[in-house]
Structures are given as C-alpha cells and as structure tokens.
Design a protein around this ligand. Sequence first.
Ligand code: NAP
Length: 216
Amino acid sequence: MNIGIIGSGIVGQKLAADLAQHGHSVTIGTREPAKLAEFKLTAPDVQIGSNADAATHGEIVLLATNWGGTHNALELAGISHLAGKIVVDITNPLDFSSGKPALALGWNTSAGEQVQAWLPQSKVVKALNIVTADAMMNPQSYIGGSPDMFIAGNDADAKQAIAAWLEGVGWGIVDLGDIAQSRLLEPLAMIWITHGFNSGWKITKHAFKLLNKSGS
Ligand SMILES: NC(=O)c1ccc[n+]([C@@H]2O[C@H](COP(=O)([O-])OP(=O)(O)OC[C@H]3O[C@@H](n4cnc5c(N)ncnc54)[C@H](OP(=O)(O)O)[C@@H]3O)[C@@H](O)[C@H]2O)c1
C-alpha cells in the first residue's frame, strides 16, 4: 500500500521505517528534508519529500505532527490532496507549558474533531495515539496477551479498513464510535503519558486492553 506520513518526529520516523519494512511504499513529509539525511541511511526504502508529496503519495495518510504545528502542516500538505482519503490522526493535543504534560483542549472538543473539521472531505480515523511509537507496528510480546487499539471516526468503511490493517499487525480493535470519541481517546493517552512520565520514562511500552468477564 502507498502510505504518506505527515510529521517527521519520533513517531513519523518510526512508523515510516516499520511500514517500509512491512513492504509498504512510504513517503514521509517534512518542511526540511535535509534534516532526515541520517534517518534515510537507516531506512533507505523510505522516500523523503514535502508534506504535499506525502499527502499525494498516500492512499492512506498518517498524521504525526506536534499539535501546535498540525494545522500548518495540513495546509502545507494541501487540504485538497487529502480529499477523499483516510487520514489517521495520531496526534495528542499536548501542552508542556507547566513542565508536565497536560491536554491543551478537551471536554467539548478534541484534536480528532479539529482535524476532521480542517479536512472536511477526508475520512479521519483517530488511532495509534495511545501507545509509544515503538509499539504502533509491534504490538507483540505483551504480558497478558495482545493489547487493544481504540479507534474513532465518522466513516464506517474507513474505520473498517484501518481496523483490518491494524488487526493484521496484531492489535485487537475497539471501535468507540464517531470522531467525537477522540474526547475519550486523547485523555486515555494521558494515562499512558502520565504513567510513563511518573516512571521517569523508564516505562514506555505499556498499552491498554479491554477485558470482558467470561459469560458477559
Ligand atoms: N512520541 C510518541 O511515542 C507518541 C505516541 C502517541 C502519539 N504521539 C503524538 O504524535 C504526534 C507526533 O509525535 P512526535 O513525538 O513525533 O512529535 P514532534 O517530534 O514533536 O513533532 C512531529 C513533527 O511535527 C511537525 N511540526 C512541528 N511544528 C510544526 C509547524 N509549525 N508546522 C508544520 N509542522 C510542524 C514537524 O515536522 P517537520 O519539522 O519535519 O516539518 C515535526 O517533525 C504528537 O501529536 C504526539 O503527541 C506521540
């Protein structure tokens, strides 16, 4: 599959490398391609381009930007290049101004809803925002079995496609409903972030699982 990635930080680079290794054709977008020269040596199959190149290349586009730069990154990608496509929103709207990670918005809206509003013709699916980049394409070897990936989005077919893809990678899938359920998924990420932060980031590979009591 052709996959575009907007955002070239820890998440963008790790996903690009892992997805290329899984056989996908990946273009990662950045405002500054030169800064990915070292990364390119470690992942030679990944194509590096502008955000617009990533948006054009991807049948599916993964959004892995710093929240504060997300709107600008999408404008650079070209809203029209993303029309009709599935955009997987991995962002968390974080505010580090107090020295401790906190949500910059919530309760009445969410990053997922904001991204869908910025991309009215795209099918935004919130996913992958509740685990570390290392685990996104590697949910194996968890004590207690496979963890679950919680997803949300307005388009049933888009969610089904993302669910099938992530199940193939090894995730259990819990579909929470429409994109407004990002109001739950972003605070859920805060449990992951706070637990890691409180451990001094010694714990980073934790993940969630929805357990059902037998017979229920
Ligand atoms: N780190 C994790 O393990 C993890 C896990 C789950 C979810 N998340 C979420 O995933 C997203 C990406 O995480 P990260 O740690 O990889 O983020 P990051 O390094 O902070 O930022 C990712 C990219 O955002 C782009 N960006 C920043 N400011 C911009 C601006 N003004 N205009 C356009 N683009 C801008 C940059 O792209 P260029 O400079 O290349 O253009 C940057 O490489 C975040 O929202 C984060 O909360 C992270």
